[in-house]
Design a protein around this ligand. Sequence first.
Ligand code: PDD
Length: 282
Amino acid sequence: MNQVYLNGDFLPAEQAQVSVFDRGFLLGDGVYEVIPVYQGNCFQLDGHLVRLQASLDAVRMKNPHSNREWEKIINELIKLNGDGNQSLYLQVTRGVAPRDHVFPENVSPTAFAMSNPLQAVSAEYKNEGVKAIILADIRWQNCNVKAITLLPNSLLKQQALEAGAVEALLIREGYLTEGAASNAYVVLDGTIYTAPKDEKVLAGITRDVVIQIAHDNNMPLKEVAVTVQQLKEADEIWISSSTKEVIAVTQLDDSPVANGKPGPIWQKMDALYQQFKRSDTT
Ligand code: PDD
């Protein structure tokens, strides 16, 4: 049976209960993390815990656990769910209080963690790439915060799905920011471009790994946002996230990206990423 963690206890998922007055439920007042686990080992755990703290600081919420405590909780949960490959989800909300927009006083945060099976990236996605559509970035001004308030992202992803696409690539003020649930990259004349870390994008942990790999292997990469026109003229487009790794976008709206196949720079990055993953989680 799937085991979860809730406020100090490990228990079967079916038995975990949160009050209807939890601010996560009533106001979407919480933050989260998604951490991939390979063969029972977390990938880039430190980076995820640093980002969790940054999200909590940004919304003025107290971290219910030290990093050592989180590590213990996470490792216990991984074990309880049978090791192997997992997708770990952590969520902290401001806690339970009578509904009010302003912050309650003397409230304890709700801490929750669960494990889901981590699906391997499909051979089809790897060999053929995926379709993405261009949509307006309708999200708020603090996209660097990994907030549970995901209604815009959900609407965008649903619109992508209904257009036969896997991701929506988002445009704000004429520039590509990121995907609805991923960071985005564009290759132009041999250089990889990805939007800089600021309040318009989530500082993806996979993105950090991609940048490090590019740097270590002399692959030109610039943290510079591209225009929608450059996106449409790209030699290659990629997206990245903890659960999807790095995948090539080979169709943009109704047009193929270059020859419609995953490009050579993606091939190189994917091979290096797989190598990095193995060395980081053993
Ligand atoms: N989402 N940008 C957005 C808006 C995201 O939601 C995500 C990941 C990323 C990539 O971040 P990372 O490489 O740290 O996973 C970028 C997760 C997987 C989710 O919401 O399920």
